[in-house]
Design a protein around this ligand. Sequence first.
Ligand SMILES: Nc1nc2c(c(=O)[nH]1)N[C@H]1C(S)=C(S)[C@@H](COP(=O)(O)OP(=O)(O)OC[C@H]3O[C@@H](n4cnc5c(=O)[nH]c(N)nc54)[C@H](O)[C@@H]3O)O[C@H]1N2
Ligand SMILES: Nc1nc2c(c(=O)[nH]1)N[C@H]1C(S)=C(S)[C@@H](COP(=O)(O)OP(=O)(O)OC[C@H]3O[C@@H](n4cnc5c(=O)[nH]c(N)nc54)[C@H](O)[C@@H]3O)O[C@H]1N2
Ligand code: SF4
Ligand SMILES: [Mo]
Length: 745
Amino acid sequence: MSNARTVYRVCPLCEATCGIAVQIEGDRITDIRGDRDDPFSQGYICPKAYGLKALHEDPDRLRRPVRRGQDGWQEIAWDEAVGESVAQLQAIKQRHGNDSVAVYVGNPAVHNLHVMTYLPAFYQALGTRQRYSASSVDQLPKMVSVGLMFGGGLLIPIPDIDRTSHMLILGGNPVVSNGSLMTAPNARKRLDAIVKRGGKVVVIDPRRTETARRASEHHFIRPGTDALLLLAMVHVMFDEGLVELGRADGLVTDPDRVRPLVAGFSPDRVADRCGIDRATIVRLTREFCAADSAVCYGRIGTTAQAFGTVASWAVDLVNILSGNLDRPGGAMFPRAAAVRGSHRKQHKKKSLRFGRWHSRVQGFAEMFGELPVVTLADEILSPGADRVRALVTLAGNPLLSAPNVGKLQRALDSLDFMVSIDLYRNETTRYADIIIPPPSPAERYSYDLAFYRLSVRDVAKFSAPALAKPADQPDEWEIMLGLTKGLMGQADVPVDAADEFFIGQLVGAEVGDGGRWDGLTAQEALEALSHRRGPARMLDLLLRLGPYGDGFGRNPDGLSLRKLEDNPHGIDLGPLKPQLPDILRNPDGLIDLQPELIVADLDRLRASIAEAPNSIVIIGRRHLRSNNSWMHNLEPLVKGPDRCTLLMSTADAERLGLSDADRVRVSSRVGAVTASVQVTPDLMPGVVSLPHGWGHDAEGASMRVAREYSGVNVNVLSDDQAFDVPSGNAALNGVPVTIEPISAR
Ligand SMILES: Nc1nc2c(c(=O)[nH]1)N[C@H]1C(S)=C(S)[C@@H](COP(=O)(O)OP(=O)(O)OC[C@H]3O[C@@H](n4cnc5c(=O)[nH]c(N)nc54)[C@H](O)[C@@H]3O)O[C@H]1N2
Ligand SMILES: Nc1nc2c(c(=O)[nH]1)N[C@H]1C(S)=C(S)[C@@H](COP(=O)(O)OP(=O)(O)OC[C@H]3O[C@@H](n4cnc5c(=O)[nH]c(N)nc54)[C@H](O)[C@@H]3O)O[C@H]1N2
Ligand code: SF4
Ligand SMILES: [Mo]
């Protein structure tokens, strides 16, 4: 076939960044395989990768902007969609102030170079303090804890999974999720390798997960009690003289001040509440501390829960106090090839400030420029001159992903105007007045700015578009820049001129005096970049300035976008490297072991020990063939038996007289759904599990396949009043529920 070719890319669908080889004939994708020559993923892919083809071809995927009118949805021109959105938003802002427009940015934005590079300008143009994202239904507690401890919200120590001898995993299921806040393609193989080389993997999870089954050891834990368990481990470390700082020695605030903080959390006191006995807690601690190298890793089960920030802090306390921070085989900081601020030799050390503004109704503190999504509905629904009246969603589906969907639905229904940038008309975007679709992921170029900052090796790989986009389809950054300049009152300025302005701004901020590359000036950088535009130009700048960069010719073998284009399988930059103390950003240069905001939450944690455990709580789960809410319209990925079942332990099923396929009504303080029971010995008694991202039967959505496999929306049950106090992150795991049989067989 003369026009057959292969394009090497990174799969954009989860954090693992697997290399894929996309086979193309003409304008069709004929196959998608793992890229064997990708140095990081070495040919591994999961079934979702093939979904890229289905996604590209999905007839329900929007190809043109649409507007909701009296006679239903109509296609409109690109300029009209952008122009009208700007006009409506401007009118509302003028009448009611900048904060009358809210914005919600969803998870795929983080996988998207186009959005990552042009979001700051878009925020600037919107000028609103009503900013929300999927962070606050996910990892915000971790960002808060590392922000306070190390001085930056993305200074997250990552498991050095390929070299560790001991990995303690809480609330993560990397065999299915493929790793999160731990970019590690083929996480399963990497975990298996720990055991094969004589190490140990211990999993703490209310469900005996796919990861737990491959681990050396698994323990059930009562949802929401990880902070208790981890602080008990720290208690044992002090008690038994196991504290040893290793590379963090001299770089931490006084560790003896941690001792009194954990005094009330002895293994004896927390064992019953956690559901893990005292002797086990002591043994787990001793084994962790005795290992040649060890790493404690907590993921969404430890963050999207009632004590997310304290648990996230405790994870790093265990790593630091056992001497495993910044040590090969421990918890290490990746050195990303493209990251803002990397040119500067001297990093600005300044305290992180939270609470520069507060939410109107519940007074939540701003964090990292955002408010927590648990309160978005309040900000729209609560009367007041300064309430939110318009919403922009970008790559987000909060009606399936945020808590108390019933209330959020009422809120979206009451808006004066909503615009969504999205691939689909789905549960959320059906509320929009205008939907503007980006190109299919196969039609865009990409680079994982975010995930290479969280990766278990240092790597860099640029993805060329697999297919050309339709002639009139703008890139996502062009859509965003169109809205941005419109909102800035510069609608008539051409996109390329606006782009010159923003690259100038970026170069000005990044290329200062006394940087890494001697004598480099902003003008030299701008000239060298002048043949590029858009996100590619911004990426080239960051790569060339970065720690592996070519320094605009000063380090000729270093990285540039050109070099990545010449190496389409990607470039391996080696294992993680020790980075203390340079990476620390707190003003005193130290790791804060006792951040005030976190210590202040310990009373609430202490009080929770005495609470009677709720008789049944619900937790989530993930499936290899789906990603959050939006891949259920792809037949190859959804076909097969119903996955949206209510898992229930054998003991609970017996007690309630239920068996497989029985229908039950599950209700919480805020809502109710019906589901089919699936009985399993793999769940802790007192815990049931329903996956999120389902419930595709909404009127007005146009996803035909998803509707067929609808499932139910677990976030009808999760409660907007249940959150982690320091961060405001939703407590999506551990929601108390009542279960009533609808029909026994
Ligand atoms: N109960 C419960 N709820 C949860 C979770 C849980 O474990 N349990 N997990 C939470 C987590 S970790 C997350 S990250 C959130 C996710 O929450 P969200 O980010 O709100 O939801 P997604 O399901 O990722 O929806 C992504 C949306 O982006 C669109 N999209 C996909 N690609 C692109 C693109 O390239 N550009 C644009 N413009 N749009 C695109 C899709 O069509 C879809 O509408 O859900 C959270 N909700
Ligand atoms: N296939 C697939 N991969 C994905 C996604 C997907 O939807 N599907 N989503 C992506 C996203 S956005 C994210 S954020 C990551 C998430 O990545 P992970 O965190 O690895 O994902 P989960 O499979 O939800 O694992 C969370 C685990 O926490 C457990 N858990 C629940 N509550 C508690 C608790 O209180 N304590 C403890 N110790 N455990 C608890 C659950 O039983 C579950 O096994 O996955 C990413 N990858
Ligand atoms: S694990 Fe699957 S979805 Fe994630 S990047 Fe790899 S192939 Fe894509
Ligand atoms: Mo997530």
